[in-house]
Design a protein around this ligand. Structure first.
Ligand SMILES: [Mn+2]
Length: 361
């Protein structure tokens, strides 16, 4: 526990008296709360974690979750009503001079409540928090590995349900059910289950379109396991494959392999993206890879950084990314292949394992 609080403080240059992670109501609950407490069960709306430079911490917990929060093994105050919260914050924050907050997750209302409790200078340390969270420790990697195992199995098993006439949302429902049956808490995000021209929309979800023979089907989904996520995409062809579909698929797979070959500690994220983009842009599909190559995953699906020309990062051991090149032809269809990797000193470990040979269902 201490090492995660240390991870954050080590990156902060300001001489802070404390860091206050303050949750509002869902979806404005800061995942950093779970990073430092390691709590798996509970919502923790309106709760807070006060962290000190000696790497200790204490919690402000609503009464109904006080029992669950004991697992954090940190001193805590159980809050029964609003006045209790105001009292706790005044007592704990009132005498401090400099408080660090995660401004990218703190609501404006939460910020005002901190201001009402203290005259301290409020310092945004969201970049430092994101950087700390980007390097996963062994426990985090293990949870993401399990989340990846679940989706890898489902990505192969969903093929059994694909046939002409089945609706996109029916396939999404099967995925969701299978993910839970394998031990996940739920989906990591809204499942993308698309067919035909809809596969050309990278952030489609699922509609009532029926799968047709000769078209692509694309599934992009993730599992939430002990608060950590995975994120996989597989694209298949239904019935009979056309030459153009085959060329699209092979190009995306080649692009992904070119990117994977680049991944190791010390490499620039944008160079990994460019390796994939160059493969695609050297073909008839030039310009049809329209998004960044990947993003970090962890407690969130977009966990703070990415592999793209617009993000300046150097890969470090313990970072976990999606690698997901795609080709999108509006009105026709799209192909995306997505896997999750953890960066190693001299390469990477592949966390997802679903088969990637072009599959005609
Ligand atoms: Mn993704």
């Amino acid at each position: 526990m201490k090492s995660r609080i240390k991870n954050i403080f080590d990156r902060v240059e300001e001489d802070l008296d404390a860091i206050f992670i303050y949750n509002s109501t869902k979806p404005h609950v800061d995942m950093t709360f779970f990073y430092v407490t390691r709590l798996v069960v509970g919502e923790y709306e309106g709760c807070g974690a006060l962290l000190y430079p000696d790497h200790s911490g204490e919690l402000m917990i609503s009464a109904l979750e006080a029992e669950s929060a004991k697992k954090a093994d940190m001193p805590m105050e159980s809050i029964k009503k609003r006045e209790d919260r105001e009292e706790w914050m005044k007592q704990k924050l009132g005498d401090l001079d400099k408080i660090g907050v995660n401004a990218s997750e703190l609501t404006y209302r939460g910020y005002k409540k901190i201001k009402d409790s203290s005259d301290a200078e409020i310092i945004d340390i969201s970049d430092e928090i994101a950087e700390a969270r980007n390097i996963k420790d062994d426990e985090e990697i293990e949870r993401i590995r399990e989340a990846c195992k679940i989706v890898s199995e489902v990505a192969e098993e969903i093929v059994e349900y694909v046939e002409p006439g089945v609706k996109e949302y029916e396939l999404a429902a099967e995925i969701s059910y299978m993910v839970k049956k394998k031990g996940a808490t739920g989906d990591a995000f809204d499942i993308i289950s698309s067919s035909g021209p809809n596969t050309a929309e990278p952030h489609y979800t699922a509609g009532d379109r029926e799968v047709k023979k000769g078209e692509f089907v694309l599934f992009d989904f993730g599992a939430l396991y002990k608060r950590y996520v995975s994120d996989i995409t597989r694209t298949y062809v239904v019935g009979k494959v056309k030459d153009k579909q085959k060329r699209m698929y092979e190009t995306v797979l080649e692009a992904q392999n070119a990117a994977l070959d680049m991944i190791e500690a010390g490499v620039k994220g944008e160079d990994v993206h460019n390796a994939a983009a160059e493969v695609i842009n050297s073909t008839e599909f030039e310009g049809k890879f329209t998004h960044g190559l990947g993003h970090s995953i962890g407690l969130s699906v977009h966990d703070g950084t990415g592999l793209s020309p617009s993000v300046d990062i150097t890969l470090e051991p313990g970072m976990i990314f999606t690698v997901e090149p795609g080709i999108y032809l509006p009105g026709y269809g799209g192909v995306r292949i997505e896997d999750n990797v953890v960066v190693k000193e001299d390469g990477y470990e592949m966390l997802t394992s679903a088969d990637k040979e072009l599959k005609v269902i």
